[in-house]
Design a protein around this ligand. Structure first.
Ligand code: NAP
Length: 248
């Protein structure tokens, strides 16, 4: 059966590494992006140059109409969806909770939590045996921050990932009998551009001493765990978590 994956935020960082690895493993890949079309097109070109199948689709995962268009595009251009990676995520400038605004919390939760809910909903409508689908797998990209809390940096971001963890547990149980597995990875300090969004591009250099393995991780190391959870090798794993965090 053809394997078809949507990777949200698939043009950069962990999403790009996941898109490339998914293509290597034989998936036809939809590289979703929000604003950076160039990065998404680069990933698609790399996949196509290696003989794989990929498309880039712009969509803001926090906008319901965008998500519906994203999934309909995949239905039409790639075929029956078998895998979703809810990877798109944001954080904002490091600060204490007492200085944060309600608008900021709404932005962070809209993308990290509601975006993942919307994409999972659209995926279930296509994968569920109750809707005539053939099953599938969903992986949510949470964060070790869900356990650590990110004090003084972005407690809102950490709390959004805590919500994603609970979503993973509940949804996994809800759709298990419909042929859909739902799992999550919790990356630690991973070397991507995300830390610049918090105002500290070199954050990993500052914090890597807290990691038992004494280094930051790579996007590829997270992608390896995501692809395992998507694969048939993880056929008895649902509602599970893989911490990719160097022992933290
Ligand atoms: P990144 O390099 O900043 O990439 C974020 C990606 O998300 C980009 O491709 C971006 O699209 C996309 N995105 C953001 N808002 C979106 C929206 N509303 N709709 C669709 N796409 C959107 O970050 P990263 O480090 O790879 O992070 C990926 C995931 O891993 C996130 O969920 C993050 O919370 C999680 N994570 C990261 C770390 C880490 O240390 N890096 C640790 C734990 C968890 P554009 O390219 O179009 O801007």
């Amino acid at each position: 059966m053809k394997q078809v994956a949507i990777i949200t935020g698939g043009g950069r960082g962990i999403g790009a590494a996941t898109s490339l690895l998914a293509a290597q493993r034989g998936y036809a890949v939809c590289v979703n992006y929000h604003q950076n079309q160039t990065a998404a097109n680069d990933v698609v070109s790399k996949i196509q140059d290696s003989g794989g199948e990929a498309i880039a689709v712009q969509a803001d995962v926090s906008v319901e109409a965008d998500v519906e268009r994203l999934f309909q595009t995949v239905d039409a251009q790639l075929g029956v969806l078998t895998a979703l990676v809810n990877n798109a995520g944001i954080l904002e400038q490091q600060m204490k909770v007492e200085a944060m605004s309600l608008d900021r919390w709404k932005r962070v939760f809209a993308t990290n939590v509601f975006g993942s809910f919307l994409c999972a909903q659209a995926a279930i409508q296509r994968m569920s045996a109750q809707h005539g689908g053939w099953g599938g797998a969903i992986v949510n990209v949470s964060s070790l921050a869900a356990r650590a809390g990110s004090p003084g940096e972005y407690v809102d971001y950490a709390a959004s990932k805590g919500a994603l963890d609970t979503f993973t547990i509940g949804l996994a149980k809800e759709v298990a009998e419909e042929g859909i597995r739902v799992n999550a990875v919790r990356p630690g300090f991973i070397d991507t551009a995300m830390h610049a969004s918090g105002g500290e591009p070199n954050r990993i250099d500052r914090v890597k001493g807290q990691v038992p393995l004494k280094r930051g991780g790579t996007a590829k190391e997270v992608a390896n765990a995501i692809l395992w959870l998507l694969s048939e090798e993880a056929s008895y794993t649902t509602g599970g978590f893989i911490d990719v965090a160097g022992g933290r």
